[in-house]
Design a protein around this ligand. Structure first.
Ligand SMILES: *Cc1c(COP(=O)(O)O)cnc(C)c1O
Length: 363
């Protein structure tokens, strides 16, 4: 490869190049065993060391206390859309679902199959017609909710809560597209989950961080063991064979994050990268982002061209310049650049340089 390709895909997303190189170098011979990490028993002493180290690195990165269990589970974030209400919600009880976009709405819809759901639509428009999130003081809350579910960063619309959501009920957050990108106070959450394929590793695994006290509120009587968070905790996420290769790559990503200075440093980078791209979009009306400044995402930045007839050309020319994965989600169209942790500032510079020269040519 002569020139670097930058991948802005929303998910599965780019992984740090250092991680890919390490995985490549030890693919056939892991730790001198002469076989791949993919071929080894999850119960072997060698794999146990990896699994334990990955968990302790994640605990260190997010400052997770012993009050919480950390699980490495099969499946996507969508599995949790069912697993959560399956254990916490009944026909006679109600959960609050804060809806600020596509993923949170899907989570609410799935939960309604299990019990009562109060969806709180917090999407609004400001006086300039930009999408914004209503302040929490204006929300119509549920009474006696068994939990409050929300999505701190909506991946498709590029909307982010600037403040964590508050609730009297246990708080559950889908952090699939923002985990490890900013410093969070774990104590403010009873459960956090995140599909791996955005900021953690390849697809096929979801990380669940769960306050052990929440087990007491869960009804596991009719829940299959494999979906029983308490049983999974007791078994170190190894009730059955876990997604060992994804877990391994996640372990490399955690080590990489630590080598970058941890989450506080990564957050600084994320702010710089996002500011750079938003500045380029905001320069004039050739490009536009539809979100109010206070609620703009740092991870997923959608933008449109003033002339949508240029969309296709923009994408083909971008690809020629080795800028990949910029097509917006099929439901909203336009473009979207995802700037997850592995996206470098060089990648963002390459994108903004391209956008400026495209504008010069076609603006
Ligand atoms: C990508 C994404 C999901 C869906 O993840 P799957 O692993 O495909 O189920 C859910 N929530 C958010 C916020 C996402 O970004």
């Amino acid at each position: 490869m002569t020139e670097t390709t930058f991948n802005f895909c929303a998910g599965p997303a780019a992984l740090p190049v250092e991680v890919m190189k390490k995985a490549h170098a030890e693919f056939l011979d892991w730790q001198g065993l002469g076989i791949s990490v993919m071929e080894i028993s999850h119960r072997s002493a060698e794999y146990q060391v990896l699994a334990t180290q990955a968990e302790s690195d994640l605990r260190e990165l997010l400052n997770i206390s012993d009050e919480y269990a950390v699980l490495f589970l099969h499946g996507g974030a969508s599995h949790q859309f069912s697993n959560i209400p399956m254990t916490l919600l009944q026909k006679s009880t109600t959960a609050e679902y804060v809806c600020n976009g596509m993923w949170s709405s899907k989570a609410a819809k799935e939960a309604a199959r299990f019990g009562g759901v109060k969806s709180i639509d917090v999407l609004s428009k400001d006086t300039d017609g930009l999408q914004m999130l209503l302040p929490q003081s204006d929300w119509q809350r549920a009474e006696n909710a068994v939990y409050t579910h929300y999505t701190p960063n909506e991946t498709i619309e590029g909307l982010r809560f600037a403040q964590p959501v508050e609730s009297e009920a246990p708080i559950i957050a889908d952090m699939s597209s923002c985990i490890l990108s900013e410093v969070i106070g774990i104590d403010g959450f009873d459960m956090i989950y995140a599909g791996a394929q955005k900021n953690i590793g390849p697809a096929g695994m979801t990380i669940v961080i769960i306050k052990k006290a929440l087990f007491d509120k869960m009804d596991f009587s009719s829940v299959p063991n494999i979906y029983n968070y308490q049983v999974q905790t007791k078994n170190g996420s190894m009730l059955n064979t876990p997604p060992t290769y994804t877990w391994y790559l996640a372990s490399l990503v955690f080590q990489w994050l630590k080598s970058q200075g941890g989450v506080a440093e990564i957050e600084k980078q994320a702010i710089l990268k996002a500011e750079k791209l938003y500045a380029c979009i905001d320069e004039d009306d050739f490009y536009a982002n539809p979100v109010a400044v206070a609620n703009r995402s740092r991870m997923n930045i959608p933008f449109i061209l003033k002339d949508p007839k240029l969309d296709e050309l923009f994408l083909t020319e971008a690809k020629k310049s080795r800028l990949m994965g910029l097509k917006g989600h099929r439901s909203v169209g336009g473009m979207r650049a995802s700037l997850y942790n592995s996206m470098t500032i060089e990648g963002v510079n390459a994108l903004t340089d391209f956008m400026l020269s495209f504008k010069k040519q076609f603006g």
